[in-house]
Design a protein around this ligand. Structure first.
Ligand code: F6R
Ligand code: MG
Ligand code: MG
Length: 374
C-alpha cells in the first residue's frame, strides 16, 4: 500500500541501435530489456516496469521506492542499455550503443547519454499519469505543450474554473547552455516565462510544481521533462535528444484531456533529418512511432497509466490512438510537405549554430582566398 507514501516513477531512454538505420527499435532489444527488468522486479529493486519504444529509442518506464537519481535504478538502466547494445551488435543494427557515451557507469546516468525524466511523488488515492515519448527532436519541443497544459487558460479550462487550480503553477526553467535554473510563477510572471521558453533551444521547462495551498505539496513535481542534450554532453554530434516527459493529471491538475489537448496543434520543433531541420511534431499511436519520411517527421507518443495502490503501472493506454487526433496528423503532413519544399533553406534547415551536421567550416576554408572585401 503506497497511497500517501513516496513512490518514484522513472522514464529512462536511449538509442542503442536502430532497425533499419535510425528508424525503430528491434523487438529483440525490448525482449532483452524485459528480461533484465523482470529480474530486477523479482529482486525487489523495481515495483513495476514497462518496456516500449518510440522510433529508435528504447524506453524503460519504472516504478520503485529508491527516489530520483538512485544509483541502483540508474545502474540498472545502464546495464539494460549495455545488454541491449550487445543484442544490437549481434543483429548488426545501426548505431549500436550510440547513446552510451561513457565506458563505465559511475553512480548516476545523467550526462552519460540516456535521457531521464523521473519524479518522486506522494501517491494519491488515484494517480493518473501520462508518459510522453518523442523521437527526432529536442527537449525544448516540450516547452509549448507543457506551458499550454499548466499555464494557458485557452488550453486548460481548469485554470479558470476549477477552484483547486485557479492559483496556477510554478515553472522550473533550465538554461541548458549556462547550466542555471530559475523558478517562475504563473500567471503572475507569465510574460517572463514565455520570454524564456519561447527560446526553446536554450531555455527548457524541467519541472512544473504546484503552488502553496494546492492539495499536492508545493515541492512535489506534477510534470518533469528530460533535458539531457547529447550534443552538449558529447561536444560533438552523436544523435538527437529525443526527450521524454511524465505528467500527472486530474483532481486539481490538468484533466487527462487538458494534458492531451496541446497536441491537437502539430507545432514546429527542431530535429528531423540529421537533427538539423524544423518540422511539425505528429501525435501518433505506438504503431506509427516509426519516423520514415526524411527520417521523420518528429513523433510524439502519449501513454496513459493509473498507478495503483501497490505501485503497479496499470496500462499503457495508447492515447493518441484516437480519431480526435486525425486532423492534427493530417495538418502535420501538410505542414511537412510545405516545409520540405524549402529544401536546404532556412527556416526548414536550422540556423547555422543549431545544426548537428555542417560542412560550412570546410567550405569557408576552401573559399577563403576567393572572398573579396566589399
Ligand atoms: C538520428 C537521426 C537521423 C540521422 C541521419 C543520418 O537520430 O535522426 O536523421 O541524423 O539518418 O545519420 P548517419 O550520419 O548516421 O548516416
Ligand atoms: Mg538513432
Ligand atoms: Mg531517436
Amino acid at each position: 500500500m503506497y497511497v500517501g507514501k513516496k513512490i518514484t516513477v522513472s522514464v529512462i531512454k536511449a538509442d542503442v541501435g536502430g532497425w533499419p538505420g535510425h528508424h525503430k527499435v528491434h523487438p529483440a532489444l525490448m525482449e532483452r530489456a524485459k528480461e533484465l527488468l523482470s529480474m530486477a522486479k523479482e529482486k525487489g529493486t523495481l515495483i513495476d516496469f514497462y518496456v516500449t519504444y518510440c522510433g529508435d529509442d528504447l524506453q524503460l518506464i519504472m516504478t520503485h521506492t529508491k527516489g530520483v537519481d538512485s544509483e541502483e535504478i540508474h545502474g540498472l538502466a545502464w546495464d539494460t542499455f549495455k545488454e541491449a547494445t550487445e543484442v544490437a551488435k549481434e543483429l548488426g543494427l545501426y548505431g549500436a550503443g550510440q547513446d552510451l557515451l561513457k565506458d563505465a557507469f559511475s553512480g548516476n546516468i545523467r550526462g552519460m547519454g540516456p535521457g531521464i525524466a523521473e519524479m518522486e511523488i506522494t501517491l494519491r488515492k488515484s494517480e493518473p499519469i501520462v508518459t510522453f515519448h518523442m523521437d527526432k527532436t529536442e527537449p525544448g519541443a516540450f516547452n509549448l505543450p507543457i506551458f499550454r497544459m499548466f499555464g494557458d487558460p485557452f488550453n486548460t479550462a481548469g485554470l479558470v474554473i476549477d477552484p483547486h487550480m485557479h492559483m496556477g503553477f510554478r515553472f522550473e526553467v533550465w538554461d541548458i547552455k549556462e547550466h542555471k535554473k530559475v523558478i517562475l510563477n504563473s500567471p503572475e510572471e507569465l510574460y517572463d516565462i514565455l520570454a524564456l521558453i519561447g527560446a526553446k533551444s536554450r531555455y527548457v521547462i524541467k519541472h512544473v510544481f504546484p503552488k502553496e495551498g494546492h492539495r499536492i505539496s508545493k515541492d512535489e513535481p506534477v510534470a518533469v521533462i528530460s533535458t539531457e542534450k547529447l550534443y552538449e554532453i558529447a561536444g560533438e554530434y552523436v544523435g538527437k535528444d529525443d526527450p521524454v516527459a511524465i505528467v500527472r493529471a486530474q483532481s486539481g491538475l490538468p484533466a487527462l484531456g487538458e494534458v492531451l489537448e496541446p497536441f491537437a496543434f502539430p507545432h514546429l520543433v527542431s530535429g528531423w533529418m540529421r537533427g538539423s531541420h524544423n518540422g511539425p511534431i505528429i501525435p501518433v499511436p505506438l504503431k506509427y512511432a516509426t519516423p520514415s519520411r526524411f527520417d521523420g517527421p518528429p513523433r510524439v507518443v502519449a501513454l496513459g497509466w493509473q498507478i495503483n495502490r501497490d505501485g503497479k503501472l496499470i496500462g499503457p493506454v495508447d492515447l493518441f490512438d484516437d480519431v480526435a487526433f486525425d486532423d492534427a496528423r493530417r495538418k502535420a503532413l501538410e505542414i511537412a510537405d510545405y516545409m520540405r519544399r524549402h529544401g536546404p533553406f532556412e527556416p526548414h534547415r536550422l540556423p547555422m549554430e543549431e545544426m548537428e551536421y555542417t560542412t560550412l567550416p570546410g567550405i569557408l576554408k576552401r573559399l577563403a582566398d576567393r572572398f573579396k572585401q566589399l
